[in-house]
Design a protein around this ligand. Structure first.
Ligand SMILES: Nc1ncnc2c1ncn2[C@@H]1O[C@H](COP(=O)(O)OP(=O)(O)O)[C@@H](O)[C@H]1O
Ligand SMILES: [Mg+2]
Length: 409
């Protein structure tokens, strides 16, 4: 008997049930299955279509051997814990996925993570937090040209981001210039493009062409600290442990590619060890202390986010910018972090994940699951736009945001 049974729930990006292994995600599933063998946890991958609720068994896949190339299909016992790796927000809205998650929640409640988070949920959860809100760059929902123009006039340089976006797709940087406006943008996958406008209506028309009616937010641009002359930010992983605490697992830096407005690796960004980037930006004598502070911030942010959603999460990654004066700015919290390419972080992550699964399978009582309807989950499509919405905050508040710089350059 294994110590626990873990089912990794996934689908095709459109939400339909998978008919076979699929790259690149299944590579990380195979890693978890391999670790499971070592930690005596039975791990398999399944889709909603594979669950036989009547017989209480699941048709799923399991890799064998060392790599991720060889998979076998088979019947497995019902999972003690469901690990939600449904690969897109669209897929999470698919009726079969929602029904499956709901049934497992009703059955035993051990479904992690319940859903994706989005950028306005972050504002909602942390925007009024007494200590954490100061780490959110000034942000407004993008409701129309007049509001955006006022916001951009105030801040001179702003980011426009899709509320449910990822990987920098559709992200724009709008800047005031001597002759008008400059827009740098990522139309889709691929490199950043630039356009200049003498008039505001011209800029706004271009912006609308990219937003295509999707919900967006505008955010003050942070002057990111630099490593080797390029802006960088940090990707930090925090995980829930059996004692209920969120703990920092590890973090890495992502250095922007030449001329890119985001740091994502598929857009020319480069990986760098966190310590190396911090040492390059602030000096080696400060890296340990900054490292402690970012870890602490990530732990507190995850705990606050989880408390605000009233659902149980087990891992989050945080995109954190540090400005040239050492102040820390939370860009994003992801409830379904992708694989970390840093082997030490990824290995530790899986080991902790399986420890938690074993603990949850044994100890976590289904009693604490809220009855259907009560404590209704905050779903992505139900999250209203920013609480801090309406008018942008007064200019005076901008200068008085976070306190003094903590680290000399
Ligand atoms: N306000 C900002 N100021 C400066 N850089 C930003 C800002 N917001 C985002 N970025 C850059 O863009 C990247 C992607 O932003 P993020 O909010 O994480 O969205 P995504 O979902 O596309 O990853 C960040 O990692 C950071 O490099
Ligand atoms: Mg991000």
């Amino acid at each position: 008997m294994p110590r626990a049974v873990l089912g990794i729930l996934t689908t095709y990006p459109d939400g339909s049930s998978v008919r076979g292994p699929r790259w690149p995600q299944w590579r990380s599933f195979a890693e978890i299955i391999r670790h499971g063998r070592k930690q005596d946890v039975l791990v398999y991958v399944f889709s909603p279509g594979g669950v036989d609720w009547r017989r209480r068994q699941v048709l799923g896949w399991r890799s064998f051997g060392q790599g991720a190339r060889r998979w076998a299909l088979g019947w497995f016992p019902m999972p003690d814990v469901v690990y939600n790796r449904v690969p897109s927000r669209t897929a999470e809205r698919h009726p079969s996925v929602r029904a499956c998650l709901r049934r497992f929640l009703a059955l035993h409640g051990r479904v992690f993570n319940p859903h994706y988070l989005n950028k306005s949920a972050l504002q909602r959860a942390l925007g009024r937090h007494p200590k954490l809100s100061r780490h959110l760059p000034d942000t407004i929902p993008l409701t129309g040209p007049a509001v955006l123009r006022r916001f951009a006039d105030t801040h001179r340089r702003v980011y426009l981001k899709a509320v449910g976006g990822s990987l920098g797709n559709g992200t724009m940087e709008l800047a005031r210039t001597a002759s008008g406006w400059r827009l740098r943008y990522n139309p889709g996958p691929g490199r950043t493009r630039t356009a200049s406008f003498h008039t505001w209506p011209g800029a706004w028309t271009a912006i609308q062409r990219i937003t295509r009616g999707r919900p967006y937010l505008a955010q003050r641009a942070i002057a990111l600290a630099r490593a080797d002359g390029r802006p960088f930010d940090l990707r930090l992983l925090v995980q829930k442990h059996p004692d209920g605490r969120w703990r920092f697992t590890g973090g890495a830096a992502r250095v922007a590619g030449l001329g890119q407005i985001t740091t994502h690796v598929p857009r020319g960004g480069r990986r760098m060890a966190m310590e190396e980037a911090l040492a390059k930006a602030f000096g080696p004598e400060y890296t340990a202390e900054i490292g402690r502070q970012v870890a602490d911030l990530a732990e507190r942010a995850a705990a606050a986010m989880e408390a605000a959603t009233k659902r149980r999460f087990i891992e989050m990654s945080m995109d954190l910018g540090i400005d040239d004066r050492g102040r820390m700015w939370i860009f994003e919290l992801n409830a379904k972090p992708l694989r970390f390419d840093e082997p030490d972080i990824q290995q530790t992550r899986i080991a902790y994940l399986l420890d938690y699964v074993v603990w949850a399978a044994r100890e976590m009582s289904p009693i604490s699951v809220p009855p259907p309807g009560a404590n209704a989950p905050v779903r992505n499509d139900e999250i209203p736009l920013l609480k801090a919405a309406g008018a942008p905050r007064p200019v005076a508040a901008v200068g008085s945001l976070p306190g003094r710089p903590r680290f000399p350059r």
